[in-house]
Design a protein around this ligand. Structure first.
Ligand SMILES: Cc1ncc(COP(=O)(O)O)c(C=O)c1O
Length: 391
């Protein structure tokens, strides 16, 4: 029998990072010494005190049953306390829901709020899951280009009125993947005004909020702004902050009715986050944040090595203020895909084509700072040996 797939599944583009991983493995099998700057998965281990806390938590029989629901009170309290310290925002426990990684909530929010034909406003280039959830819920994506001339912020005024009228959900993501942009206060104020005026739920993806390079310019939370809790939720993740991508834990917080809608969808899809992981996450959030500071220093060294190295070779690259990505313009007369292929074939370097994350990403490649400084320098050295038409 020929297996027939759901039409929605057919509409999904191949999941970009799985494709990149496949190509990387193929090259490794051929014996290439690959420098992997493709997928945004931290190479550093989870800090020891978090691992130790997990080891203790996993041994407790009370953690062996279905976790169910919105998360342990201790986890939601730890989130609230962390939020207060970091953003000076008060959250009550019913304004927080644990997620199986922020991707899970980002992919599921549509099922709570999007009916067939509703428009979802999606930044592009951007994290692919904003669109995946839209397709699965029979929503209609409207892509908002993130352009350098607008500081990689969506231009809300340029969205046609008929699209705005049908829009029920807007995603924003700062610090941004892939452009590494951060959002200024004015943008958030305008966004809240726009959302309230047009009754559009705002889903702010703050997965990279803790990877920043300047203590005086910490990324903001959308929930810091007046009126945000009327219409906004924010997604957070422990993945990048504490090198916990494999553990699958994050949270959504903000407007309690929106949080409740997401929780209701989740009740019918999964049975919550493994409680031992939640307990370890409490340790992560409530202990000293020195491990995060140390990670920031490491990313900064890597960022400087790559950006300075590429700039010396004549590449146009801005110094990112946050995230662990470097968004670089490709040499003139080449497309993103051509550059990615040449880097892989001639220098055994894996990176992400900008256009793979949205058409406005054409002309850029994304490098993830997920290898040590010496390997980054090696990558720059390899690139320096390549010849491009305009150099
Ligand atoms: C912008 C953005 N949001 C959310 C996520 C999801 O992270 P997680 O599900 O590990 O919390 C990622 C992962 O790469 C991301 O890049």
């Amino acid at each position: 029998m020929e297996i027939r797939y759901n039409e929605k599944l057919k509409k999904l583009p191949p999941y970009l990072f799985i494709e990149i991983d496949r190509k990387k493995k193929e090259a490794i099998n051929k014996g290439a010494d690959i420098i992997s700057l493709g997928v945004g998965d931290p190479d550093m281990p989870t800090p020891e005190h978090i691992v130790k806390s997990m080891q203790e938590a996993v041994a407790k029989p009370t953690n062996h049953q279905y976790p169910f629901g919105v998360g342990l009170p201790s986890y939601r309290n730890a989130v609230a306390e962390w939020y207060k310290k970091r953003f000076n925002v008060n959250l009550s426990p019913d304004e927080v829901c644990a997620l199986v990684g922020s991707k899970e909530g980002i992919g599921h929010i549509h099922l709570g709020f999007i009916n067939p034909g509703d428009v979802v406003l999606i930044p592009e280039p951007g994290y692919p899951v904003y669109n995946t959830g839209t397709i699965f819920s029979d929503g209609v994506p409207y892509f908002m280009p993130l352009l350098e001339k607008n500081n990689f912020l969506p231009d809300l005024d340029s969205i046609p009125e008929d699209v705005v009228k049908k829009a029920k959900l807007i995603f924003v993501n700062y610090p941004n993947n892939p452009t590494a942009a951060v959002a200024p206060r004015e943008f958030y104020i305008k966004l809240i005004e726009f959302a309230k005026k047009n009754s559009i739920i705002v889903a702010a993806d703050a997965a990279y909020s803790e990877i920043y390079y300047n203590e005086n310019e910490k990324p903001l939370s959308l929930l810091e702004f007046p009126g945000a809790k009327e219409i906004c939720v924010e997604f957070h993740s422990l993945s990048k902050t504490y090198n916990m991508t494999g553990w699958r834990i994050g949270w959504v917080c903000g407007n309690k009715d929106i949080v409740a809608g997401i929780a209701k969808v989740k009740d019918n899809y999964d049975s919550g986050v493994f409680q031992a992981v939640q307990e370890a996450a409490v340790t992560a959030l409530a202990s000293s944040q020195k491990c995060v500071e140390d990670a920031r220093k490491i990313y900064k060294e890597r960022r400087d090595a790559l950006v300075e190295g590429l700039q010396k070779l004549g590449w146009e690259v801005n110094l990112p203020k946050a995230s662990f990505y470097v968004w670089a313009k490709v040499p003139k007369e080449y497309s993103s895909s051509q550059v990615v292929s040449r880097l892989l074939e001639e220098a055994s370097i894996v990176c992400t084509p900008g256009n793979g994350m949205g058409k406005s990403g054409e002309g850029y490649v994304r490098f993830a700072l997920t290898v040590g400084v010496s390997r980054i320098k090696e990558a720059v050295e390899r690139i320096s040996k390549m010849r491009w038409k305009d150099t």
